[in-house]
Write a protein that binds this ligand. Structure first.
Ligand SMILES: [Mg+2]
Length: 306
């Protein structure tokens, strides 16, 4: 609302554009200023944007990787590779190799073969490529078939957008792979901003990863929520800056039976405690409704029945 007695500029009456005068308060500070600023309690502020981690928060990436590793191992064994183990054991070995070697690595199959393939010295490059081709094809087929968003992701994103929240992704995945996954599961167009490791050169919990997204949205940390499955990266990083942090516990199911993920240097248990935990992505809707009172207008009839 404009100040009483002051004529409002004509353009202020058109649409829903904010009419407040710009002030120093509105200027988004620099990364350094935001990093140095005292933290505010995000639980007291209204959320304007929701930032999501990608893997194991929006898509069940580890499950896909594990199943695709099994398919790859079976195909490599069928194509003549010898590992001295049954194919299902080789699949587990390949998945663990991925975890050790880098889950996003592009040469995991080659390094795996060099490490575990028996009689590798007697194999020609021709034989190695035959095995590799079979493995890569089986891997890609399985990945394409299985990669999907968690149940409720699509409907939740639709509802959040309808309620006026702006959406972002903050991921440690490389940019091209992040976009491939977002497109593959049909949610690429929901996001105002997608910030990847390629864009920032850092991984969560480094503040820069979150600040680039906030900067693009023109928001302060306490105006955004961060939703992620990895407490020491997604939650600790969000807490350090003062975002409202939501731990996506449903993303932990794919880690069952795996060694605990390494804790990034300098991260404490205290700063990895989220503001709230959710067991399914759709729980965000009730959570934010309770905080901000924003409902799904289209789905909720007016009180007069219209
Ligand atoms: Mg994750």
């Amino acid at each position: 609302m404009g100040a009483p007695g002051r004529p409002r500029p004509l353009e202020a009456w058109e649409g829903d554009a904010p009419t407040a005068e710009p002030s120093d308060e509105e200027v988004v500070p620099s990364f350094e200023e935001m990093l140095a600023a005292p933290r505010r309690d995000a639980s007291a502020d209204s959320i304007e944007a929701v930032l999501f981690d990608l893997d194991n928060t929006l898509v069940d990436f580890l499950h896909v990787k594990r199943t695709a590793s099994d398919a790859c191992a079976r195909a490599m064994v069928a194509a003549g590779a010898e590992f001295g183990e049954p194919a299902d054991k080789v699949g587990q070995m390949l998945f663990h190799h991925y975890l050790e070697h880098g889950i996003e690595s592009d040469d995991a199959f080659q390094t795996f073969l060099r490490r575990f393939q028996r009689n590798r010295l007697s194999y020609t490059q021709h034989q190695i490529d035959k095995v590799l081709a079979a493995g890569i094809n089986a891997y890609l087929r399985t990945k394409d078939l299985l990669l999907s968003p968690y149940p409720g992701v699509h409907a939740t994103l639709v509802a959040l957008v309808r309620r006026g929240y702006r959406l972002g992704v903050v991921t440690d995945a490389p940019r091209l792979k992040a976009w491939q996954r977002l497109h593959a599961v049909g949610i690429a167009d929901f996001f105002d901003v997608v910030v990847t490791r390629t864009d920032t050169g850092v991984e969560k919990p480094e503040g820069r990863a979150f600040l680039v997204a906030l900067d693009a949205l023109g928001l302060r940390p306490w105006q955004a929520a961060m939703v992620g499955d990895w407490a020491e990266r997604d939650i600790a990083g969000g807490n350090r800056l003062g975002l409202y942090t939501v731990l996506a516990e449903y993303g932990h199911a794919s880690r069952e039976g795996l060694p605990p993920a390494p804790v990034p240097a300098g991260v404490t248990a205290d700063e990895s405690v989220p503001n709230v935990r959710i067991d399914r992505v759709a729980a965000l809707l009730d959570l934010f409704h309770a905080r901000d009172g924003r409902g799904d207008e289209a789905a909720e009839p007016n009180r007069d029945g219209s």
